[in-house]
Ligand binder design. Structure first.
Ligand code: 5AD
Ligand code: FES
Length: 361
């Protein structure tokens, strides 16, 4: 009896400590590494962290959800990231690439069904030189949308040309700040170079998006706490956090993968640290749970990126297994997600959804 009452007592003390950290983060948007680590490793505070992030989200960015139409325009990639389904050495992938006119046409249709941002994502496909991609960006800008690029590491001259052609934002996850883990997972790549690219992008006046995966093999809670502080210091305009999901045709096929609760909590902590940024409810979360994106929208997220790629390309752009909506049309996804968002009492934003910085203390 004595033993049980002791355990119970310790739990109460522990939960009071966690609540103190959460309250501090809600007020100051600052947490020490040790405090983040404590929150990340105590499952009993998951609901409280997510509820606090939901409150901060409402206070800083409101109830409207920003939709971004995602075009996955090429699954050709020069890299070999161990976790990624479209890595160069995966010979099972049927490769495709939308030609410039198809890409513009897909964007035109997405704008016509109401998307105010078009996200152009691909593997690192060097067919798309600046000379080929800039005219595409210029034409898509004429549809009155914001343009986001997510096409990986490029030379400065390319980033500059894309920006001058009208690209507004750039997304590139740092994936992990654990350099040793990065070296093992992205064998042909260099962590410092990726950071240099992010800094170039920022310097060119893009809105900068980055992010991480959680649940990578040998990733520690310490390193996730580092990642969160890194993204806070980088002062990103957008942070995407998703669970790693092992792909059967990659070297990491037998790895454990990330869980939805850890991904949600990490995302919620990001909201507490960077209260006014854009945070997507990531598609990978919905691949783990049929309500994954809705749960994310109720734990700090304010953005959803429905897929507007057409036909079989949706299935062929398979970074991880269990990708949602592969047999749907862009119009179906648009109305489906609209209904889901309405069902939790939230609206859809009518503007392009640029990051509006709140005054920082
Ligand atoms: N599981 C989850 N996310 C993945 N990504 C790539 N492969 C996987 C996977 N197996 C993420 C990376 C990349 C983004 C486009 O998709 O974080 O930056
Ligand atoms: Fe594609 Fe629901 S978002 S079917």
């Amino acid at each position: 009896m004595q033993f049980f009452s002791c355990v119970f007592h310790n739990r109460i003390i522990q939960s009071a400590i966690m609540q103190k950290f959460i309250d501090k983060a809600v007020k100051t948007h600052r947490l020490e590494h040790s405090e983040l680590l404590a929150l990340l490793t105590d499952d009993s505070c998951d609901a409280a962290v997510c509820a606090a992030a939901d409150q901060v989200r409402r206070q800083y960015v409101g109830n409207d959800v920003h939709l971004r139409g995602l075009i996955e325009f090429s699954n050709i990639c020069r890299n070999n990231c161990l976790y990624c389904g479209i890595r160069k050495d995966n010979a099972k992938v049927r490769r495709y690439r939308l030609e410039p006119d198809e890409l513009v046409e897909t964007a035109r249709k997405a704008a016509a069904i109401g998307f105010k941002t078009i996200v152009m994502q691909s593997g690192e496909d060097m067919y798309y030189t600046a000379a080929r991609l800039c005219p595409v960006i210029e034409q898509i800008k004429k549809f009155g949308v914001a343009v986001t690029l997510s096409i990986g590491e490029r030379p400065y001259a390319d980033y500059k040309a894309f920006r001058e052609a009208g690209a507004d934002r750039y997304l590139m996850r740092i994936e992990t700040t654990d350099k040793e883990l990065y070296r093992r997972l992205d064998p042909d790549m260099d962590w410092q170079h990726r950071l240099d690219c992010l800094l170039m992008i920022r310097e060119l006046g893009y809105e900068l998006g980055s992010g991480i995966m959680v649940g990578l093999p040998n990733q520690t809670p310490e390193s996730i706490a580092d990642d969160l502080l890194f993204l806070q210091k980088l002062d990103v305009d957008m942070a995407g956090i998703g669970p790693f999901i092992p792909h059967p045709d990659t070297p990491l096929k037998d790895a454990g993968g990330g869980t939805l609760p850890l991904a949600l909590k990490t995302m919620a902590l990001m909201r507490l640290l960077l209260p006014d940024i854009n945070i997507p409810a990531t598609t990978a979360m919905e691949s783990l749970h049929p309500r994954g994106r809705i749960l994310a929208l109720q734990a700090g997220a304010n953005v959803v990126m429905p897929n507007v790629t057409e036909g079989e390309y949706r299935r062929l752009y398979e970074l991880y297994p269990g990708k949602i909506c592969v047999n749907d049309t862009p119009a179906h996804c648009r109305s489906c997600i609209g209904l889901k968002i309405a069902s939790i009492g939230r609206g859809i934003a009518a503007d392009c959804g640029f990051h509006k910085k709140a005054p920082r203390s």
